[in-house]
Design a binder for this molecule. Structure first.
Ligand code: 2P0
Length: 322
């Protein structure tokens, strides 16, 4: 049995659109921080059976999710020249009932465990490229800390992988404001495909990302949290504006999302170094400096639709354990 762990990551500058759906190539680059608290552990064992098996958080999974895992492991089977089926057992070390399940930590951990199970050796960039085939954001969870995903230009995707971002002069920690579970929202893949096809703002989004990436990298290197706050919040709201302008519009915000945005901006106005970002769901992630985390967590817990506020430092990249 091969066991790997990986942590989810939260993008400061977001990925929202693909240049190739089959190879899962992003339209733009992105910039993220891997979060220690959102961890997935995955075991992969080669088995003598007619088909793959997948258990997630103690429940046997079938249908599309099992097929997605099987197709991903096929990439590793092809490299190894083997056809053995596998048993994949995965567990998330955070409250999945809250809808925080992450394809980033899942496919980064599955990539590392599957390669080990089939005895295939790869460089970290090659592992990132492989993880990307499972999920675009998984390419970033191969690495710890800040991470820069390159969109690349090659049709075969050989230059579309993540690398660690060096030289950050800020140590960011996160408060994850988990909204109470509500009806399932549009998944990221479907959401970005619909946005790309129908949103009149999408071309402007793509242009904005290149500019935001440069500005965010400069601010991170300069340790300029207030400039980073403007760029990251602006990029997040631009992604959501793009999605909201799709037909039909995709709206991920809930009342607690808007409440948390206001709370974060209120704290910043009062002098707390904190800023927010929001992925394809209602949860708000507030980034701050370690000395302010307790106060930020306390302020963000006070809405009736907030399930809990998780605290996280930056996390490690995907690795084998045991
Ligand atoms: C991001 N998200 O950069 C953006 C922001 C969600 C909002 O990457 O289709 O699950 O599997 O490549 O990786 C989530 O997208 O999408 C995502 P696929 P994925 O973090």
């Amino acid at each position: 049995m091969s066991t790997a762990e990986a942590s989810a990551n939260i993008a400061l500058i977001k990925y929202w659109g693909k240049r190739d759906a089959r190879l899962n190539l992003p339209e733009t680059g992105s910039l993220s921080l891997t979060l220690a608290a959102l961890r997935t552990r995955t075991d992969v064992t080669r088995i003598d059976a007619p088909s793959d098996r997948f258990t997630l958080d103690g429940t046997c999974v079938e249908g599309r999710a099992l097929e997605r895992v099987g197709r991903f492991v096929d990439l590793v089977r092809d490299m190894a020249g083997r056809s053995d089926r596998v048993e994949v057992t995965s567990s998330n070390r955070f409250p999945t009932a809250a809808g925080l399940a992450s394809s980033a930590s899942a496919f980064a951990a599955l990539a590392v465990a599957s390669l080990d199970a089939f005895g295939v050796e790869m460089s970290p960039s090659e592992i990132s490229r492989l993880a990307r085939r499972g999920s675009g954001s998984a390419a970033r969870s191969v690495f710890g800390g800040f991470c820069r995903m390159h969109a690349g230009v090659e049709p075969d995707g050989r230059d579309a992988f993540a690398v660690p971002f060096e030289g950050a002069a800020l140590e960011l920690v996160a408060a994850v404001v988990v909204a109470k579970a509500s009806k399932k929202t549009t998944g990221s893949t479907d959401g970005m495909n619909l946005t790309q096809k129908t949103s009149p703002y999408h071309a402007a989004w793509v242009t904005a990302v290149s500019r935001d990436l440069l500005a965010a990298e400069d601010a991170l290197r300069a340790g300029d949290l207030m400039t980073l706050a403007d760029v990251v919040e602006g990029n997040c709201l631009a992604m959501h504006a793009d999605a909201m302008a799709a037909r039909p519009g995709i709206l991920y915000f809930k009342p607690s999302t808007l409440w948390a945005i206001e709370a974060v901006r209120g704290m910043r106005k009062e002098g707390t170094p904190v800023f927010f970002t929001i992925d394809a769901g209602p949860h708000v992630v507030a980034f701050t400096l370690p000395a302010y985390l307790d106060a930020v967590v306390e302020q963000l817990a006070g809405h009736p639709e907030v399930e809990c506020v998780l605290r996280s430092t930056s996390g490690e990249g995907a690795h084998l354990v045991g």
